[in-house]
Design a protein around this ligand. Sequence first.
Ligand code: ADP
Ligand code: MG
Length: 982
Amino acid sequence: MRGRGGGSYGRGRGSRGYASSSAHHSQGPGRGGEGGGTGGRLRHPPHLKGREIGLWYAKEQARIREKEDKETRPKIELSPSKRAKITELLGSLERHSKASIPTGAAAINDSHVMRRYRQNVESNVNAAAIRAGLRPGDIVGLVRNSEWDESLKNDLERKQSSPKYQTMMRFREKLPAYQFKDEFLKLMRENQVIVISGEAGCGKTTQCCQLILDEMIQSGNGSLCNIVCTQPRRISAVTVAERVTEERDEQIGRNSVGYSIGLESRIPERDKGTILFCTTGVVFKYLIDDPKLTKYSHVVVDEIHDRDVLSDFLLMILKDLVNLRPDLKVILMSATLNADKLSNYFRHCPRFNIPGSTFPVTEYFMEDVLLQTSFTFETNKRPQQRRCRGKNPRKSEDQGKSEDQKFKRMLESHVRKLERDKTYPRHVLKELIKPEAEELNLDLITSLILHICETDRDNGAILIFVPGWDQISKLSTQLQSCCNFSGCSILIIPLHSKLPTVNQKEVFSRPPSGRRKIVIATNIAETSTIDDIVFVIDTGRIKITNFDLQRNLETRDTEWVSMANATQRKGRAGRVQPGICYHLYSKARENTFESFKKPEILRKRLEEVVLQIKTLNLGMTRPFLKRLLDPPPYKSLELAIQRLIQLHALDSDENLTPLGFHLSHLPMDLQTGKMILMAGIFECVDPILSIAASLSFKDPFYIPLGLGQEKNVDRARRELGDGSKSDHLTIVRAIEGYQRAQSQNRERDFCYRNFLSESTVNLLMNMKKQLAEHLHQMEYMSTATVDDVEHNVNSDNIGIVKAIICAGLYPNIATVNVRVRMDGSLGFAKIRTREDGKVYLHPKSVNCNENIFESRYLAYFQKMKTSFLSLYDTTMITPFPLIFFGGQLSFRKEKNLGVVSVDQNLEFLMDEDVFDLVQALRKHLDEFLEEKIANPGPTCWHELSKEGALMRAIIELITAEYKEMLGEGSASDSDSDDDIIA
Ligand code: ADP
Ligand code: MG
């Protein structure tokens, strides 16, 4: 029951939760969520003028806010019997610590994780020494083995007489890269580093590595040749390896060719005379153990235009390495690269452009598409997609407007020219100039596909580039429901980086005869060869992460592609026959494209980057970053280091902590990573993995087309959320509900009623399995089964699940204030964060429009600025999780009140003796977590064990607090869970 006396936390506020009544007297009704409390009777003194008035209000508001914050500080109390139990527990924990059981520092130091961690730190020192400049002569690469040289040579000669090899060779010989093999090999012999460019499809990726290997083998140097070739995506590493294996009439992993893409690999069995295709991340794994890459004679960095963070790192490391290993050859390749810049970076190394191309690709622009399809845009229809940003997403609104105007002028003059030239009929130009022609239109894509089906009778495969999963999912639904493709049956295959590799591979198989394959992909398809693609439809959009340094905010924006992207996309058509590329933008729009997108390192938060540098032994962060091809701004590095220290991934001296070491091995952002580790320790894996999967990908809801549908979706969310005041738990409920419905064969209906995308739910469930696999590998789970009972001891305890959400998301905490109006009703909730001040809840959040908050703290994951700075997803949490899993605790006396603050920010009232107990528990918890991080393993819940007793006590406190907040506890109930505290 709520509102009962006794002064415990959360009481005395009735069912309204945290409402500040102070404003009641000074303010009168606020002006809704936007007003900032200046309405009502608040009036500035009449003698103030101009700016002074504004300053007065600002000051006044700050004062009121401070007062409100003070008055709404929750008081945390513990009943005498609970205090006694905690005191007893603390005593027994002390005794445990003194006993001979290896605990604390000793256990930590002895664990295998710590051994690996220490090795890492030590090799850090070695790597630094190497970078500091060992004598080049000291270093040996591969060692010659004459027997091997001979047998590799014989093997190759034998192979060359096989009919399959010869058939393939007839194809290979026609590729431009092969035709220029002598020039390429000569350059290769005479230089240590070279930059190779050449049109997509000319044979760079498949031929260059083979040319090198074959020459080495034929010249009797086979044992001195191991080539590693990096690809920006897992999928391209696998397909290229498969293609090259086929060309060499070999078996993958059995002879000379293999691949490695993290968890999956087929490394060549023989250890000399090989080519390994891998993702850049894999090379870094090798670098940890072998900083000189002594196993390799050639490093080929492919698709270098991609410029992801890791490839930029790799370039810098290679730049050092070529000095230390004169025997190492480095080849940088791409269809669309900024060759000058790269060549300059590598001391003006030579460049070679492979002339010629294989099959011609005809290009069409929006004007041609409109002509061919006779499509017309509906002018008053609600736009399906927000307009794309121009070149620079960070530009101010004014700049944006002037750029829009500039573009409009450009389009108008383009259209006038077309009019003069009479190239296109009037009706086409009328459509082209409509603003809707600049929006991503799925109906237009459907019309274009229909047009292709009508005109091409050979069922040539189509590849469509869209910005993200939303469009993949909408377009496939739309195409599936459209039955009239001129009698041709279609096979739709989605391609997205979050799809498991097995599904990704489906893309490459030929469809059954009589069916047309339609691949709907994001930019991940830009670098792979799907050999049967004849048509490419390029929407010209790309989803890109941007980092706004001023606001310390990362955003995901849909933008126009760069010329480099457009060229790559076009190149995907016509790999084995002439092809066609339809660009769904006008030629005028293409003229505004920048040549390349900014490299990833300038568009990202640097936390993960810094962690990578620390884990990969790349030395000091600041000097390291300065030497990159494009060094990131200093301020963003400082922000990253601060945040890593807050997350305990680095210690205060900026050294990697064991937690940081773990997090750097998880393929997700740091907060989500921390959340799943904590879920492993607190045994509430299933719900937290649902949350982690959706935070790393997207939530499973979709908004159907049609007016007002958003409201229906919001309602469905709220119903699923079931009063949990948590967007994260809403997702958990959605997935649980889906699974229940599935067991009754009514999952379709469940998805339909709740506006869930079934394919996204399935993807999330798949990702949960992969996450469980990681926890299993890291030994936090004894099996990789998501719903294993042993790892879900606390999964039904909402208080604990929310505490783990908080543990992961901290320091992303916002506070809520709700004022009581003069008439006693509640005002709008006002949300603030420490760094930004006032923020808003995104309308899709289940907490938006809510004004009853039983606790005034919200943990959030995503904060983004659209029209307002909004929190996209929030979970209401109670004080104990903040105290146990938040930052530094400190205590002070304010008159006769005890005040505890977390990170000098969030404040609670607490008597000093209660604080002493809580602080001691927190200290034990920190020690325990540190030990668990260093010594992974399932948690022992036995009450006689040290960890069992401690964990039970903490869980009990959090649970009781949560129940009490919901009004499920009773005044004496603090004593009713006796059995939990050992
Ligand atoms: P580049 O790297 O220069 O873009 P690739 O070496 O990837 O070119 O491909 C060269 C040619 O080999 C392509 O034009 C295509 O004809 C053929 N090819 C490449 N990969 C495959 C594949 N997986 N299946 C069939 N043909 C392929
Ligand atoms: Mg290539």
